[in-house]
Design a binder for this molecule. Sequence first.
Ligand code: HSE
Length: 321
Amino acid sequence: MPSKQSKILILGFGTVGQGFFDLFTKKRESLGLNDVTISEIVDMKYGHIVNPKPDVIGEIATGKTFPPKDVISTIKESDADIVCEFTWLDLKTAEPAYSHVKTALELGKHVITTNKGPSALKYKELTELAKRKGVKFLMKGTVMAGTPSFNLLDLLPGAEVKSVRGIMNGTTNYILTSMEQGKDFSTALKEAQELGYAEADPTNDVDGFDTASKITIISHILGWNHEFKNLEIKGIRKVTPEQAKEKTKLIAYADRSTAYVRPTKLSKEDILSGVSGVMNAIEIDTDTLGKIYAMGPGAGRTQTAQAALTDLMRIVRSTTH
Ligand code: HSE
């Protein structure tokens, strides 16, 4: 059972931050994490919360706020050894998450993030920094939320990955599934927005950038190091209802020499052709097992919190063994 004392600082207390707080509180005892505490939270809207009460989400729901504090100063002054970065996504600059992650790593703190910005755009720099400092920089939540994806490889020592292929964006898969059933693109997009699936900026989803950031992250994890800026990225705006009916899906693909995101017509025998609605799926082709698959949700409050909890357990186990 893990027993080392650890303190967690949460940056960003929106859907993911609150989801993680809730899930951590609920699962803490069964995971043997009684010596691990969420000691601080900092958020632009709610302020700086020290030693949050178990009911902190209820408190802020009633309108309570805490003294404002700058995020970088909070990281620098905090005695937490684990920082959870849950702020917003910017796929152009990776900021402010990049500075948050960098500051925490430089101070020798482990970092867990669900943010694709620093993970996709600054992977090499931040991973090398973490290595130098002897801490972990983990990002399971960036690809398919808590659904096992690249972390399946932890269970396959020695397996060499030949290629990775997948449906990694729920919004576009939902839209294509609706189009398959006869709706046009704009109606399906509007529906996806009303259901809250799309990112703040739907461009990231429909034009393929969200998917591209995910295949970039996988490619870095596998050591293929394809750069986001060099990827061929095609979204789904030009897919017709006829093509959607013929099982055209937004496919992300990578092997050692290439990586791309593009709408692709799949054969009926292709397992990925049966993945519908907001579901995500990944196919990993290995030298030892051939093709293996995982399918599940790629977004959502608890689903993303599961990813951060998975990363937390990895840190706790590595520091207590
Ligand atoms: N907007 C993304 C999706 C979720 O629709 O899959 C987070 O990556």
